[in-house]
Design a protein around this ligand. Structure first.
Ligand code: FE2
Length: 285
């Protein structure tokens, strides 16, 4: 079995988005830091309300999916379809913008910790103009499984096998066959996962550093960095010094042209101009 190597490290950068939410962006800080079909990954993590209180007031999207996964804090999602979703610790939302959605995500707390992730996943050309869809995933819908050597894994999308038992996440049946898991390892702990050879994959270390790759050829991934994996049939991840937490994502690459203008991600400039005109003329959604 070919073990994937840590091929490229994307250091996250501090930035802000929405009405002034402080965050760290790894994937998506430039076109060369995308991992097809993953367009962007932001981590927001702060105890300071000034970093999050302004939230994300109403704004549009077209052509891709946004996935928000919360570790701490409380946000409220509202969109033009009339959906209201309470984002609570351990919960997620999977929003398919498709041809267009207008939504807001606003903090429902004035103090305390806010921590979580927003991931943007591209849609295939054939699905970019499908109707928008919103799914609120409550914390209890995300299965937790203990790892044999200590630690645990939470499965948000796709499925894995732990100690002979299949653990399936709430999000299934995507055409890109996405896997989205959150893994917590004790100091010195190990995690091995089989991944389809042709799928793109990356790891985001959000708590402590990791060593990734086969014995004798592993590389260190520091906290708040994303590590892009080579092709191969499995990945081996080791928690270095302290207990470590990381996201592991994999999916079938689309291999289609990507043209992005802010919150619109299409395949050509003409389609982007159409999206801008549709939004201006209230025809986006
Ligand atoms: Fe958004």
């Amino acid at each position: 079995m070919t073990i994937r190597r840590l091929e490229q490290i994307i250091h996250s950068v501090a930035t802000s988005d929405g009405a002034g939410v402080s965050l760290r962006r790894s994937l998506g800080q430039s076109p060369s830091t995308r991992v097809d079909p993953f367009l962007m990954l932001d981590e927001f993590s702060t105890d300071d309300p000034d970093d999050y209180i302004a939230g994300f007031p109403p704004h549009p999207h077209r052509g891709f999916e946004t996935v928000t996964y919360m570790l701490d804090g409380h946000m409220l999602h509202e969109d033009h379809l009339g959906n209201r979703g309470d984002l609570l610790p351990g919960g997620a939302q999977w929003m398919t913008a498709g041809r267009g959605i207008i939504h807001s995500e606003m903090p429902q707390q004035e103090s305390g910790r806010m921590r979580g992730f927003q991931l943007w996943i591209n849609l295939p050309a054939a699905e970019k103009m499908k109707p928008a869809h919103y799914r609120d995933i409550r914390p209890e819908e995300i299965p937790h499984a203990a790892l044999p050597g200590g630690g645990e894994v939470r499965v948000i999308a796709g499925g894995i096998v732990i100690a002979g038992r299949e653990v399936a996440g709430p999000v299934q049946g995507l055409s890109i066959e996405a896997l989205y898991i959150d893994v917590r390892l004790p100091a010195g702990g190990d995690f091995t996962q089989v991944l389809p050879d042709g799928h793109s994959a990356f790891v985001y270390a959000y708590e402590a550093s990791l060593s990734i790759g086969p014995a004798g050829d592993s590389r260190r991934l520091a906290a708040q960095d994303a590590g892009v994996l080579s092709t191969g049939e499995s990945v081996e991840i080791h928690a270095d010094d302290g207990s470590a937490s990381f996201l592991l994502l994999a999916a079938r690459p689309l291999r289609e042209p990507v043209v992005q203008y802010g919150p619109f991600v299409m395949n050509s400039r003409e389609e982007i101009e159409q999206a801008i005109a549709d939004y201006r003329d209230n025809r986006l959604v």
